[in-house]
Design a protein around this ligand. Structure first.
Ligand code: GLA
Length: 391
């Protein structure tokens, strides 16, 4: 039995090295297997360097079933994630690039960790205890943490190991006091795991040395067909929310909490994304489709099912579990076929959908929204899981 196990392990290690070495776009031929227990593994390879000459590494987490998630130290970006269809065929279901270079340029946050503040802060400013903080931004609004958000930072690896049979990657980023205009030195730790239930979990922690605001999220674009030349309008989405936060034409919440009932924003029972995406509705027009925050139900229940997406043709089902009070459901409205796809094509409008679990946009300026403040001595902790299965 043990002999069989070691032969199997030996074969596995050999095939992993072989796969890694023959993998296209790899910068180096060295592929370091950090730990391998049974089938779950975590591997590392170099992925290139940033414009500041910082080395970027790419980690591959694999579970017992052969599902793989690739995450790089730049922005903690998920560059690829495979999920099985109803025939057991694995395909990559997240948008991204084959190589590092396009990730160093402006891109729509493909697969990235977002911080210090996910989504928009109106007029790029807010006040804490009567002190106004002016944030960096390219226009008046700050989006996704500023000009150089957490998505552009190279994160430090605290741990890359198989822990209790689960491939685990623990990343850390220290954001300096004043970075992108925010007060306080913020220390953030994000732990990614891939378990044998085909669940990718993202656990966020943060502490500060001065009162600040924080709202971290993950910005993967999913296309469960595994074919990025197709749009996501046939995906059936469910969002566990009776209300949402309407926005103005600049996508800033008006402060109102509106009922979804009788509107295109009602996803309480699953419905195809395309069904009402072009409805004659002011909010749909403001968002150019769906680009809104839903107010999730059961906010005091901790981690619970908040949303799902199902692709009928492939049978792939994604379920999102989170401890967060809100979710930004974004249908890739700004994608415009200018960015190079992994398969040689380009990413067209609506070729991916995002489910960004979060606190509501512009909370620092909206006293009626759940608070995003973090004080010294407190610990920010949130968890979101993306579970893949077939239906
Ligand atoms: C979020 C925003 C969108 C857009 C994308 C990135 O989902 O709400 O408006 O900025 O990120 O393009």
């Amino acid at each position: 039995m043990n002999q069989l196990k070691s032969i199997t392990n030996g074969f596995l290690i050999f095939s992993l090295i072989f796969t890694a070495v023959s993998c296209k776009n790899q910068k180096k031929d060295t592929n370091e297997i950090i730990e391998s227990k049974e089938m779950s593994t975590i591997e590392k390879k170099e992925f290139g360097t940033t414009n500041n000459d910082e080395k970027v590494s790419l980690y591959t987490l694999t579970n017992d079933n052969g599902m793989k998630v690739e995450i790089m130290t730049l922005g903690g970006i998920i560059t690829s994630l495979t999920a099985p269809d109803k025939n057991g065929t694995y395909a990559d279901v997240v948008l991204g690039f084959d190589v590092l270079e396009p990730y160093l340029e402006a891109h729509p946050y493909f697969g990235a960790l977002i911080g210090r503040y996910g989504n928009r802060i109106a007029n790029g400013k807010f006040a804490l205890d009567g002190v106004e903080y002016k944030l960096t931004s390219d226009g008046s609004t700050q989006l996704h943490g500023g000009r150089v958000g957490f998505d552009k930072a190279v994160w430090t690896v605290l741990n890359a190991a198989v822990i209790d049979g689960v491939a685990t990657l623990k990343l850390k980023y220290i954001s300096k006091d004043g970075e992108e205009g925010y007060p306080g030195k913020l220390e953030s730790i994000v732990t990614y795991t891939l378990d044998d239930e085909d669940t990718v979990q993202v656990q966020y922690e943060a502490t500060t040395d001065k009162k600040t605001v924080v709202n971290l999220t993950q910005h993967s674009y999913f296309n469960l067909s595994g074919d990025f030349s197709k749009d996501i309008l046939d995906h059936e989405v469910m969002i566990n929310a009776d209300t949402y936060t309407p926005v103005d034409t600049g996508l800033i919440p008006t402060g109102e909490i509106a009922m979804v009932e009788g509107t295109p924003f009602d996803f309480r029972t699953p419905k195809a994304v395309g069904k009402e995406i072009n409805a004659d509705n002011e909010q749909i027009k403001n968002g150019g489709g769906y680009d809104h925050n839903w107010v999730l139900t059961n906010q005091n229940d901790g981690i619970r099912l908040v949303a799902s997406a199902y692709h009928p043709t492939s049978g792939r089902l994604l379920e999102v579990f989170s401890s967060e009070p809100g979710i930004q459901f974004y249908t890739g409205n700004f994608l415009d076929a200018t960015l190079p796809g992994k398969n040689g094509g380009t990413y067209d409008k609506r070729s991916g959908l995002c489910m960004e679990t979060q606190h509501y946009p512009d909370s620092p300026n909206k006293p009626n929204f759940p608070s995003t403040e973090l004080r010294p001595g407190e610990k920010y902790t949130t968890t979101t899981s993306f579970k893949f299965s077939i239906k």
